[in-house]
Design a protein around this ligand. Sequence first.
Ligand code: P6P
Length: 351
Amino acid sequence: MIINRTILTLEEFRKQELRMLPQATGELSNLLRDIALAAKRVHVEVNRAGLADILGDTGQLNVQGESVQRLDAFANATFMTVLQRGVSCAGLASEELDDFICFDEEICNQSKYVVVLDPLDGSSNIDVNISIGTIFGVYRRLTETESACDRTDFLQKGKNLVAAGYIIYGPSTMLVYATRRGVNGFTLDPSLGEFTLSHPDIKCPRDGNIYSVNHGNYYDYDEKVKQFIGSCQYGTNHSGVAYTHRYTGSMVADLHRNLLKGGIFLYPATAQYPKGKLRLVYECNPFAFILDIAGGQATDANLDILNIPPDTLHQRTPFFAGSSGMMRSFSKNSFSRNGSSSSPVVKSPAS
Ligand code: P6P
């Protein structure tokens, strides 16, 4: 039997996509190449984390007041350097930076795009070898090229995203990349040093039986969330399958599994995080965009995440995301024991 190992590489995929978009300048494609390069560099360090002297924290706190892990700082510096040198974006807003930065150099200012980034999400899991990830989104600038980018370029609604994706550093390192043309997953082949197309045209199953939430905060949750969790613990899904709980404390890992297998992820408001813990601009919007393209949905329990206008770069939001059927059950309160129901979330077409 001939084993067909000629899986499309990311480079070949980029070239074929470009050929199908004759009007494209290739800048977004080059930006994807840069993101992949930075991801490979972070992959090397993450995979050495247990061996090299790179575990632990820097002793510094980020703008969120969270302890900055040494790998957080490394990932942020790596993406910043690669994106600036790749001259395919005009600036960056990152979880690890207090404010956005403009790569205010003549050649970068000619770029049409800016990037929002969580360089290494779930980093508290690094020391215990649980999958972590990078999350990114790409906006077309509102400001004119040739000039420096500004805050308005980064504070756009998620529905304006041109592309979004994540890298999961797990048993294998995968880059999942979404544009309006679809969601595709690329697995890093370490023997080649190339990302190869392993999950073409990813669709989120309409229904699933996985629910992901931190039960440790249960008594903080509002009644609607508690009722939904109860319906998962005691009920079955539309197909009559009992639910199972999966929660790693790493949103990239939890959302990646639910994207592929179907499921719902919930991070409601809590006493510690009254506006939710997850950040709208560089965590929730990119995942909401990916799910929207893959047929899933993401809300703050009332509004479509993609339609929430960001006020500040680091603002937080309650976040409920996953299979459309499960999200409908959650939003329509159709699981309610007393038969009450609230108006379903109106899914605004992401323009
Ligand atoms: P908790 C990681 O710190 C993170 O930002 C997400 O990756 C993850 O889903 C969430 O926080 C976990 O938070 O409060 O459940 O530990």
